[in-house]
Design a protein. Sequence first.
Length: 296
Amino acid sequence: MFLFEWLLQAATTMSTETAAPDSAEPPVPDRVPWQRQAWAFAERHLRVLVRSPMIIFLAVGWPLAWYVLTVSVFLPGDAGAFALGSVAVSYAFFGSFTVVVAVFAGAFAGDLDGGRYRKFRSLPIAPSADLAGRFVAALVLAVFSHAVVLAVAFATGARFEPRLAAIGLVPLTLLSFCVVAVALSLVLGAVVSKPEYMTTIGIVLALIAYYTTGFNGTQPGMIADDPWFVNVLPNSLATRQQLYALFDGDFTDTGVLPPELPSGIEFVGLTGAYVVVGLAVSILLVRRVAYGGDPL
């Protein structure tokens, strides 16, 4: 109840300070500044996440186990640095997606199921601050998971030759990926009332997205039909854009081609559109489902 107590204390303190001393009317609580509300939600969720062995396993152990299994069993011993790197990027996104969906959906469903939002509604809380704080906590864990997988891959033989475009594309693709995962998580949290199911659902969805798009678009040759959609769907688009950004080399013998990697400005625009749509859906769901249509 850290968040509830903190917001209640802050609102009470501010109203006491601003009320007129000779006023006969009861003081009206002022709203805690938006950024302080967002930080309170972020701090609350980060504390919960770092104390959970299951969450740490999903963020680090789960994608690393798949990476080690793949390079040990399915790749030849003379696999090049690009092949190892493409596998690493695919599992880095796989881990990020798994942990965001499992964490965000579980926490949202838990707060709904536990009746916490009935208490939140009684406080001057901005739904967008709630969403922002939760998203920051999930994003921190996703970035950590992503970075650990790439670091282990580099230590085991993968090599990265970033293009100049990596400065913008790497954070944009990861942001887009996480925003889409958050929007999906909120839908799941609103539909599935039992938070204890969310970890399993998150893992299953990550596996389905991973395999139906040819290992997040890194092996489109395993798709029977024309794999053009790997440059369109959010998970494979983000993965392939990051491949383009991190590897300035020849992918001919890695299975990544065809189709050509999404390097044009139109694909950057599509990635940005996923961010905008994902945020809009997320804000709408938080306002309608959790706060009953309260304003931002």
